[in-house]
Design a protein around this ligand. Structure first.
Ligand code: A3P
Length: 290
């Protein structure tokens, strides 16, 4: 898949080169995702695996401070002002190893040496649930100012007019690199189906060994109900800072197949056709219900 365009902000474009020229380290783990594919969930898993399951520090320090969101300070001047929350590239460069870094950008905008240097985890999620989740994300975060309907949002999504679009180019670029020894490509739906099994695979990829007790504890820690109430990861602070609307939650529903509650039969037909067109000629397959 040839790299496509990328919807971002003019402020990001000014700093894109800086991110592209970053120096990945062999001790790094980079978590790559299109938004709403399970970034926060997987990120907490990666950080804990890289930090000897240090739940104490994890509980005291918000995930955003432990695992920098690379492009976030460059998305708007408001984000730049939130210096405490989002580390700029200079700060990320100074972080001690092991770092867990999570950009939403497609691979072709990341340092070209990334895959040959660091460990890369890519998490994909079926596009129907991503559309629904991204719709609610746009309703939750004030900066987006989105007031439209699900139908309208889905059309924006399919027309590649949402932040970080195009969705398919993002996933297919990583999919084409899934056999690289430094790449672990995984699906949100598999985490839903068998969280413990997916944790074991990620741990093996990172060369970590977990005992039975640690594995049970980590699986419990990452379960939706526990995650939702964990203030270190659930982003509820966005409500206190005023960045989020009071209604809704960042850790929202955590289901596969929620799209069935939100798509009309007509919209579902259009989305099916869009998915079919974009997957033609690829061997990527999505699970849209469990
Ligand atoms: P929903 O909006 O469908 O509930 P990201 O972190 O990439 O923004 O992804 C957010 C999505 O992951 C949301 O999906 C959120 O609820 C879901 N999620 C977060 N933690 C989860 C968990 N522990 N189990 C299942 N889903 C989770």
């Amino acid at each position: 898949m040839e790299p496509g365009g990328f919807v971002t902000s003019p402020t990001y474009a000014k700093h894109a080169e800086k991110i592209y020229r970053m120096k990945p380290r062999s001790e790094d783990v980079w978590l790559l995702t299109f938004p709403k594919c399970g970034t926060t969930w997987t990120c907490e898993l990666l950080w804990l695996l890289q930090n000897n399951c240090d739940y104490e520090t994890a509980g005291k320090t918000g995930l955003t401070l432990r695992t920098p969101f690379l492009e976030m300070p460059y998305l708007s001047t408001k984000m730049q002002a939130m210096r405490e929350m989002f580390m700029n590239v200079d700060k990320v460069e100074q972080l001690p190893s092991p770092r867990v870094i999570r950009p939403h950008m497609p691979m072709y905008l990341l340092p070209p040496t990334l895959l040959d240097t660091a460990k890369v985890v890519y998490v994909a999620r079926n596009p129907k649930d991503v559309i629904v989740s991204y719709f609610f994300h746009h309703k939750l975060i004030k900066l987006h100012g989105f007031t439209g309907t699900m139908d309208e949002f889905a059309e924006f999504f399919m027309d590649d007019e949402v932040f970080n679009a195009p969705y398919f180019a993002h996933i297919l670029e990583a999919w084409s690199k899934r056999d690289h020894p430094n790449m672990h490509f995984m699906f949100y739906e598999d985490m839903k189906r068998n969280l413990r099994g997916e944790i074991e695979k990620v741990a093996a990829f990172l060369g970590k060994t977990l005992g039975e007790e640690e594995l049970v504890k980590l699986t419990e820690h990452l379960k939706f109900d526990n995650f939702k109430t964990n203030e270190s990861v659930n982003n509820e602070s966005g409500k206190k800072t005023g960045a989020f609307n009071q209604e809704g939650n960042f850790i929202r529903k955590g289901k596969t197949g929620d799209w069935k509650n939100h798509f009309s039969p007509e919209l579902n037909c259009r989305i099916n056709a869009w998915i079919e067109k974009n997957l033609a000629g690829t061997d990527l397959k999505f699970v849209t219900e469990l």
